[in-house]
Write a protein that binds this ligand. Structure first.
Ligand code: B12
Ligand code: SF4
Length: 484
């Protein structure tokens, strides 16, 4: 019998200016799968993000046990933290193997391997790869990894080796799993709502998106793969029973890509858990009166849209594949069915100029929308926009590590992709556009907002009054709860 191996999974902190709100789906799914599929392991999940520990505390947890394998990763803004975690681990346990995954690892795999003490990167979906990899490392820490698909690693000579790409999972229900909720500090997540009120949790019910927006990273390709409605409903029933969940915020790239699945979910929600309310991501070309009516009458409280621009020219340049007419129709339908209108915009895509900014401002004023969630165009690695930034010499590959370390929230200005504005002008433009739109925005009265919130949220509406200023600010940026 092989010796028990100590495995530590670390979820690094993200968005530390806000409360921890989002379940770390990727690494928590991996945790669940590893403990089910591999025997002889002692697995510990350190949620640095949820607990907001100091680095000293994390370092002492790393030091206290002889970890054999450490897994970490997440979205690209945790790239720097992954590097730091690898340093801390190796300083106490030089022989421990460090495996990283998520977009912080797969969208910049060779960069991460070259600039850190990370040993192995998971270059795609982690469910099968992590099991094969860890089984192999348990048998022999110095095993030949070249036969394991879906990884990149440093060999004995520090050369980076890429193995075959692992094919995408065909059936998410069978081959993936739920996050290991019981290993996470669920109460922290449940009290820091995302979109809803009460005990609100996020859920990712699909992978992949059929569209081609140039600023978006699509590691799972253009084919939409959804969990079945059975899987989703079982998960919600579990979350309700075990954690008293009252609201589900679907954070899929594009929850509505498969309309039949949406209709089926609405029907099943009404049968199985009519008290659960929910929100999701949408797209204006997928919206119709019929679907929105259905969603509204089955507890949907918010559909968020990435509008990005009020300029048809910019929409085309971003390959958004939507029209201004479709955007206006979606706004009107959301209003007609009493739903708030959380929309986001992007400033500073290549080709942005005074005229396109004017069109965005005019579009907001005409449709009485706010512009508070205006982001700066940011070329995240793996996107077409990133390729453009490299080709146009705005990002130098020699300086890539310094650039990636700085990536964070797209609300903060990082790089200028336009030819029409200087950096300073672009940042001032963002302020002046928001200011102009704010001056024209006609909010509903407090009474009208309260009434709409009651209509949408029923008994959960009482929670609205209890929101802290911080939570209200979060809503203003992401949930647009009082913008109807
Ligand atoms: C929910 C979400 C968030 C949440 C955070 C979630 C969290 N707890 O970390 C919030 C809202 C905070 C967020 C913020 C941002 N996000 Co975001 N987000 C997502 C979203 C929609 C889902 C992520 C998710 O849980 N997916 C489901 C899980 C199962 O997939 P996964 O994490 O990739 O995990 C799989 C593999 O990667 C791997 N894996 C993951 N971790 C690990 C670890 C190990 C050890 C191993 C072996 C494997 C492994 O196995 C998993 C199962 O196959 C994705 C879109 C997407 N398609 O993933 C964007 C996405 C990750 N976000 C993205 C971006 C750009 C951002 C922002 C920077 C955007 C912004 N406007 O500012 C901000 C970051 C803000 C900041 N200050 O850091 C990009 C990343 C681009 C890139 N090149 O890295 C994505 C891909 C969106 C997109 N399509 O462009 N985001
Ligand atoms: S921005 Fe949305 S619609 Fe566009 S490709 Fe990304 S997930 Fe799909």
């Amino acid at each position: 019998m092989t010796k028990v191996k100590n495995i530590l999974l670390i979820n690094p902190p993200i968005r530390i200016h806000d409360k921890p709100r989002h379940i770390p789906h990727g690494i928590a799914i991996i945790a669940n799968i590893l403990r089910k599929k591999i025997s002889n392991i002692d697995l510990c999940f350190l949620d640095w993000n949820a607990n907001r520990y100091s680095e000293e505390k994390v370092s002492s947890i790393i030091a206290e046990k002889n970890w054999d394998i450490v897994l970490t990763g997440g979205l690209i803004p945790v790239y720097g933290r992954v590097i730091r975690i690898a340093e801390m681990v190796k300083s106490f346990h030089p022989k421990a193997k460090i495996i990283a995954g998520g977009s912080a690892a797969m969208s910049v795999s060779s960069l991460l391997l070259s600039n850190s003490k990370v040993d192995i990167v998971c270059t795609g979906e982690g469910e099968i790869t992590s099991v094969e990899l860890i089984q192999s490392l348990i048998e022999d820490p110095y095993a030949d990894l070249s036969k394991i698909s879906g990884i990149a690693y440093k060999d004995k000579n520090d050369e980076i080796i890429y193995t075959d790409q692992r094919p995408l999972i065909k059936d998410l229900d069978k081959e993936s799993d739920l996050p290991a909720y019981d290993l996470l500090p669920m109460n922290i997540y449940l009290k820091n709502q995302i979109i809803g009120f009460g005990r609100d949790v996020d859920f990712i019910s699909s992978r992949g998106c059929p569209f081609h927006c140039t600023f978006c990273y699509q590691p799972w390709g253009r084919k939409f793969r959804g969990h079945s409605v059975d899987f989703i409903c079982e998960a919600i029933l579990k979350l309700k029973k075990e954690y008293g969940v009252q609201f589900i915020s679907f954070q899929d790239d594009e929850f509505m890509a498969d309309r039949n699945r949406v209709y089926e979910f609405c029907e099943r929600r009404n049968q199985l858990f009519p008290d659960i309310r929910w929100s999701c991501t949408g797209r204006v070309n997928l919206i119709s009166e019929e679907i929105i009516k259905n969603m509204r009458s089955s507890g949907c409280c918010s559909i968020s849209y990435g509008f990005e621009s009020g300029s048809p020219r910019m929409l085309k340049a971003m390959q958004k594949a939507v029209t201004i007419e479709q955007m206006e129709k979606a706004v009107a339908l959301n209003r007609q069915y009493g739903l708030p209108i959380p929309v986001s915009f992007i400033l500073g895509m290549p080709g942005e100029n005074q005229e396109s900014c004017r069109e965005t401002v005019d579009f907001c004023i005409k449709n009485n929308l706010h512009l508070e969630s205006l982001m700066f165009a940011t070329p995240y690695p793996g996107t077409q926009l990133f390729e453009y930034a490299v080709e146009s010499g705005r990002i130098k590959l020699n300086d890539l590590h310094e650039f990636v370390i700085k990536l964070g929230d797209a609300r903060d200005f990082l790089i200028n992709l336009t030819d029409s504005f200087t950096d300073k002008e672009l940042q001032e433009k963002s302020i002046s556009m928001k200011k102009e739109v704010r001056a024209h925005y006609k909010p509903l009265s407090v009474h009208e907002i309260e009434q709409k919130i009651k209509d949408l949220y029923g008994e959960l509406a009482e929670e609205y009054c209890k929101l802290s200023i911080e939570d209200k600010e979060h809503r203003a940026k992401h949930g647009a709860i009082d913008l109807f």
